[in-house]
Design a protein around this ligand. Structure first.
Ligand SMILES: NC(=O)c1ccc[n+]([C@@H]2O[C@H](COP(=O)([O-])OP(=O)(O)OC[C@H]3O[C@@H](n4cnc5c(N)ncnc54)[C@H](O)[C@@H]3O)[C@@H](O)[C@H]2O)c1
Length: 439
């Protein structure tokens, strides 16, 4: 099933299949968007799994199946719970009984875009406190370079463990793309860096169950920086895609047509499309885990810095453009009736955390506009400044001064857009609207 390549992991390759399921119990700390599918994959590979989360609410949601999962993962969850091979608990003491520990807790930023390290500190602290000889501990949360060393290797060494001999530590960043049925977790290769070669080999035996293959790098720091490079690459390119969309608008051409034409070049170009802003809790967040230490270290990163300013400012730019369009027609901000299409953070998901559409909605509401929304996947949502709102199920375009399109979900119909008079399409993709306005 899985393969490991590169010298450092060659020894692990022979040890990969089948897993030693009779002995290896894996504890997963953090049963969120990453931890839950990881636990299911490990359980499917034969490992008994203990899912640990500080949120009883999250554990109850998992027990009842009321969680955001790919359709194909739902029967896996039912079977995992039924079989007894997936235990769920909020007791961190359960860590002591595990042979391997995977840490998948959130690494967000605060309101000032400073990395919020509380969860990763708490989870690594718990792993260290309950560590015992023979364990393998793998950090998978996206984080700053040096986290594995500072929060696991050093405190474990202080506790008297010899890393690579009586305990193993590695960093293996997660690449899961929630809601993506094409690139489900097991089909994606994983990068892994061990504190020692023995650590990489021990961690490979666990992580291989969640990946199509492993690429072992020389250290945890190399694996940490790899993850930050991947997601910063995407953030910078999305900022550039928006900039090029403005250029296309200046020249009166369709930006999506340009991206698709450029994509016919078989090398040296990777398509990124313009949009209402960068969503999710990875791409708009992770680059700050790169930038913050570089700023402290005096290393200039002007390209990334300015891309992140553009990324952070994009939703406000869309909202301001929307109200400029209504103002041009003599409609005051206060009371402008705006329908926002799509509040998910990207097409095809029910997740609206870090959604640029909600930032657009919040800014519109703060400027006094009457904001309604339509999203077939999200029946209710809290709009900052406008309270809890319910999705308008069958919108009548005549009820709104402007329709702002932020996200359209595949396999859903947006026929009402055809009747809309004024449309600001931040996806650059939907037909409809008598007057279609550019950003
Ligand atoms: N979701 C993604 O698309 C994705 C993809 C790749 C990498 N990542 C990274 O994976 C990590 C986890 O992300 P996520 O999306 O699963 O987060 P999440 O917010 O969905 O879930 C994290 C879970 O951890 C729990 N938790 C928080 N602190 C804890 C603690 N101290 N002990 C035990 N449980 C704790 C929370 O209650 C929550 O249920 C982050 O670093 C993220 O950047 C996420």
């Amino acid at each position: 099933m899985s393969a490991v390549y590169n010298d450092a992991a060659s020894a692990a390759a022979s040890a990969l299949a089948p897993p030693a399921s009779d002995v290896a119990t894996v504890a997963v700390i953090g049963m969120g968007y990453v931890g839950l599918p990881t636990a299911l994959a490990l359980r499917d590979a034969g490992f008994p799994v203990v899912g640990i989360d500080i949120s009883e609410q999250r554990l109850d949601a998992i027990r009842s199946g009321a969680v955001d999962l790919l359709d194909r993962d739902r029967p896996r969850l039912t079977e995992a719970l039924r079989s007894g091979l997936l235990d769920l608990t909020s007791e961190l003491r359960a860590l002591a009984a595990a042979d391997a520990v995977i840490i998948a807790v959130p690494t967000p930023v605060d309101d000032d875009f400073a990395p919020d390290l509380r969860a990763v500190h708490a989870a690594c602290g718990a792993a260290v406190m309950h560590a015992r000889a023979g364990q393998t501990i793998v950090l998978t949360s996206t984080t700053y370079v040096g986290t594995t060393q500072e929060l696991l290797v050093e405190p474990l060494t202080e506790r008297g463990f010899t890393i690579g001999e009586d305990i193993h530590v590695a960093f293996a960043p997660e690449r899961i793309n929630p809601g993506d049925a094409l690139w489900e977790q097991a089909t994606v290769p994983r990068v892994l860096g061990g504190a020692t070669q023995a650590c990489a080999e021990a961690a490979a035996q666990i992580v291989a169950a969640t990946a199509s293959k492993l690429h072992v790098v020389s250290s945890p720091e190399a694996a940490e920086l790899t993850k930050l490079q991947e997601n910063t690459f995407r953030a910078v390119n999305l900022a550039f895609a928006n900039e090029m969309a403005a250029a296309a608008g200046f020249y009166g051409v369709d930006p999506v047509e340009i991206v698709e034409a450029a994509s016919t070049k078989p090398y040296g170009y990777l398509a990124h499309y313009p949009g209402p802003g960068v969503g999710g809790h990875c791409i708009p967040v992770d680059p700050y885990y790169l930038l913050a230490p570089l700023r402290d270290g005096g290393v200039p990163s002007p390209v990334t810095e300015s891309a992140m300013v553009a990324v952070a400012g994009r939703p406000a730019a869309v909202a301001d453009r929307a109200l400029a369009l209504t103002a041009e027609r003599g409609i005051a901000d206060a009371g402008a009736r705006i329908l926002l299409v799509g509040v998910a953070y990207k097409p095809g998901v029910e997740d609206h955390r870090e959604s640029p559409a909600l930032r657009i909605a919040g800014r519109l509401a703060r400027r006094g506009a009457q904001v309604s929304y339509h999203d077939p996947l999200i029946p209710t949502v809290d709009i900052p400044g406008a309270g809890t709102q319910h999705s308008v199920v069958a919108p009548d375009a005549a009820d709104y001064d402007l329709v702002v399109v932020a996200v359209v979900h595949p396999e859903h119909h947006y026929a009402f857009l055809a009747d809309a008079e004024h449309v600001l399409d931040a996806t650059y993709r939907t037909p409809g609207g008598q007057f279609r306005h550019a950003l």
